[in-house]
Design a protein around this ligand. Structure first.
Ligand code: SAM
Length: 292
């Protein structure tokens, strides 16, 4: 078939498989053949921008070292699902707040609380967690001492997160009282995260597929929502096992309901709550050796 220069043909099965494999290896995201059009439309948009009309040629550009690194990063920004908002899952967030209200009291000598938002996207989730944590301190009449780390694979999402500027639309789930307390209005529909809260949240690029490279450990809360939905079971289990090992004793792992149904971990106990899917890391049991 003869295609005009500006036209890009549909992905054939072999081309689709090459892209499918690369994406799964590098991001964990598995695209079944039925959803080929999703991948194809993102590829075509990007290929048009750089005047490339051949999928193999574009794959070659992405794989090229070191030049392909930038192209890969641009493509990832296009391919990742960016749906998020403040207080997106109210039940999960309320669970974190209840958990932290108790945890803060149990922490020895006012040690800081450490929270990890995995796949934090444009920042709405980690800032919501920071607010819930701050509220937990206020409830206990204690000076807040905590940090939230937001990590994501998408550099452009992280850039928006660091800027901390949002429109009212992204806040539709949030209490008016929280908006007034934690945001400064910068325009008719624009809000900026209050500096005091912003400094408690930091962002970094981290690929959950390479979780062993991430230095975060000993966390009080790990919040991983709507990130593993496109992962196949085997990869999901590997990531979740690794997250479980990064919790401090007594720490809480919260994942989205529907993210996994079967996964369990021997060191974790499921939280008895129908509205959320969460696990607490068991405290180590002290075994006394009796010597004769
Ligand atoms: C649908 S958004 C969910 C955002 C937020 N967790 C929420 O529930 O509102 C999924 C996020 O996961 C990120 N993501 C996907 N695969 C990832 C990976 N392998 N490593 C790190 N982040 C990833 C995407 O870039 C995107 O920002």
């Amino acid at each position: 078939m003869n295609w005009r220069r500006s036209e890009i043909p549909p992905l054939n099965e072999t081309q689709f498989q090459s892209w499918q494999t690369l994406l799964e290896e590098r991001t964990g995201m598995y695209i079944p053949f039925e959803r080929r059009s999703l991948l194809q439309s993102s590829l075509v948009i990007r290929m048009r921008e750089i005047a490339c009309t051949d999928y193999e040629e574009y794959l070659g550009k992405v794989l090229e070292k070191p030049a392909g690194v930038m192209e890969w990063s641009t493509l990832i920004d296009r391919l990742m699902v960016r749906e998020t908002r403040f207080c997106r899952n109210t039940e999960s967030l309320a669970l974190v707040q209840r958990f932290l209200t108790k945890r803060i009291i149990d922490k020895s000598e006012g040690a800081p609380v450490n929270i990890w938002s995995v796949g934090c996207c444009t920042g709405e989730e980690p800032y919501s967690l920071a607010i819930a944590c701050n509220e937990a301190y206020l409830e206990n009449d204690l000076t807040p001492r905590f940090g939230v780390s937001g990590t994501d694979i998408s550099l452009s999402a992280l850039q928006i997160a660091r800027a901390g500027q949002y429109s009212r639309r992204q806040m539709s789930n949030m209490d008016q009282e929280w908006i007034s307390r934690y945001f400064e209005q910068t325009g008719e529909e624009q809000f900026s995260v209050q500096p005091g809260l912003k400094q408690k949240v930091c962002f970094s690029m981290s690929n959950i597929v390479d979780i062993e490279k991430n230095p975060l450990r000993n966390l009080d809360v790990i919040y991983c929502q709507n990130v593993l939905v496109y992962f196949r079971e085997e990869k999901k289990i590997k990531v979740l096992d690794s997250l479980a090992e990064r919790l401090a004793p007594g720490g809480l792992l919260v994942i989205a309901q529907g993210e996994t149904s079967k996964w369990r971990h021997q060191s974790l106990e499921k939280v008895d709550d129908n509205l959320t899917l969460a696990f607490v890391r068991k405290e180590p049991t002290v075994t006394t050796q009796i010597t004769h």
